[in-house]
Write a protein that binds this ligand. Structure first.
Ligand code: GLN
Length: 293
C-alpha cells in the first residue's frame, strides 16, 4: 500500500509530464475530491496508506486531467468571488479576471444600483456575485443559450440568490423589454478572434463552448451589438461595464464614443493589461461616481 504523499507525488509527475500547468495543485485538488476531503486536509494525512478502492477513485480523475479536461469540469465546481458555482460544458468556466471586474464595480458604484442587467451570463457568475454584494439589487441575467441559462438557474439556487435574480432567454437585446432601464449593464461577452480561439489551450478549445468565447470581426462583433443598443436600455447616468480582450481598447473606445458614451474609462487587470471598460453617457461629477437613481 502506498502512502497518500506518494500518490500525490506520482500524480504530480504524471500531470507535469502531460504539460498540465500547476501539476501539484491540480493533483492535490483531484485527490482531495476523490477522497472526499478538503485540499488542506491532505497535509494532515500524507502518511496514511491508501487502499485500492481509494486509488481506483483517484486514477480516472487524474487521467481525465491529463487529457486536458479542465479541473473545474472534473471537480464540477469553481470558486468565483466567494461563491461556489457549478461548472460544466454548458458555459464558460468563470475566470479570475472577471472577479476583478466585479470587484471594480462593487468598489466604484456607491450607492449600489437598484437593478443590473448581465448580458451573456453563462454560469451566472457576474449576476450572482453582484446580487450577493448588493442585497437590495434586482438582477436580470440573460443568455441566448438555454443550456447556459439552466446552469445559471442551478447556480442561483445553490447560492440561495434565486429570489433576486431573473433569467431571460435572449440573443443579446432580442428579448429585452424597452422598460425598465438599467443603472448598470454588465457583460463578459465572447471576444476571442477565431484565430485566437484556434491557438487557445486544449482545456478551452476542446471543452468550453465556442459560442461563449469567439466573436467575428477580430472578436469585436458582439461588443458592437452591445455598445450600439445599450444606450436605449441605460438610465441617463447609467453605466455599461465590459470585460474585453487586452488588445481591443483602441477599437472599443472609438465604438463607444460613436455610440454616445461621453465618459470612457479603461481599466487594467492585475497583470497590467487594459481589460475592462466603464462607460457612461453622462460625464460623472468629479467628486461622485453615483449610479443611484
Ligand atoms: N478570458 C477568456 C479566455 O481568454 C475569454 C473570455 C471571453 O471570451 N469572454 O479564455
Amino acid at each position: 500500500m502506498q502512502p497518500l504523499l506518494e500518490i500525490v507525488r506520482k500524480s504530480t509527475a504524471f500531470l507535469e509530464q502531460r504539460g498540465i500547468d500547476q501539476p501539484r495543485l491540480n493533483a492535490e485538488w483531484l485527490i482531495a475530491h476523490a477522497l472526499g476531503l478538503r485540499r488542506m486536509d491532505l497535509y494532515l494525512q500524507f502518511e496514511r496508506p491508501l487502499i485500492e478502492a481509494e486509488l481506483a477513485r483517484i486514477r480516472p480523475l487524474v487521467r481525465r486531467r491529463a487529457q486536458r479536461e479542465p479541473l473545474a469540469h472534473i471537480l464540477g465546481t469553481a470558486e468565483f468571488a466567494g461563491l461556489t458555482l457549478r461548472t460544466d460544458r454548458r458555459a464558460l468556466i468563470p475566470r479570475p479576471e472577471t472577479e476583478e471586474l466585479v470587484e471594480h464595480l462593487v468598489a466604484k458604484l456607491r450607492p449600489p444600483p437598484a437593478r443590473v442587467l448581465d448580458l451573456g451570463t453563462g454560469t451566472g457568475a457576474i449576476a450572482l456575485a453582484l446580487a450577493r454584494a448588493w442585497p437590495e439589487c434586482r438582477v436580470t441575467a440573460l443568455d441566448r443559450s438555454a443550456e447556459a441559462l439552466a446552469l445559471a438557474r442551478e447556480n442561483a439556487a445553490l447560492t440561495a440568490l434565486a429570489s433576486r435574480v431573473e433569467f431571460l432567454l435572449s440573443d443579446w437585446w432580442s428579448a429585452v423589454p424597452a422598460a425598465p432601464r438599467y443603472p448598470l449593464i454588465v457583460s463578459n461577452p465572447p471576444y476571442l478572434s477565431p484565430a485566437e480561439f484556434a491557438s487557445a489551450e486544449p482545456e478551452v478549445r476542446e471543452f468550453e463552448p465556442p459560442t461563449a468565447l469567439v466573436a467575428q470581426g477580430e472578436g469585436l462583433a458582439d461588443f458592437q451589438t452591445i455598445l450600439t443598443v445599450a444606450p436605449a436600455h441605460l438610465t441617463p447616468d447609467g453605466w455599461l461595464a465590459l470585460e474585453t480582450g487586452p488588445d481591443q481598447h483602441p477599437a472599443l473606445l472609438a465604438l463607444a464614443e460613436a455610440a454616445g458614451f461621453a465618459h470612457r474609462e479603461s481599466i487594467a487587470d492585475l497583470s497590467g493589461r487594459p481589460r475592462f471598460l466603464l462607460l457612461s453617457q453622462a460625464v460623472p461629477e468629479p467628486t461622485t461616481t453615483s449610479a443611484a437613481q
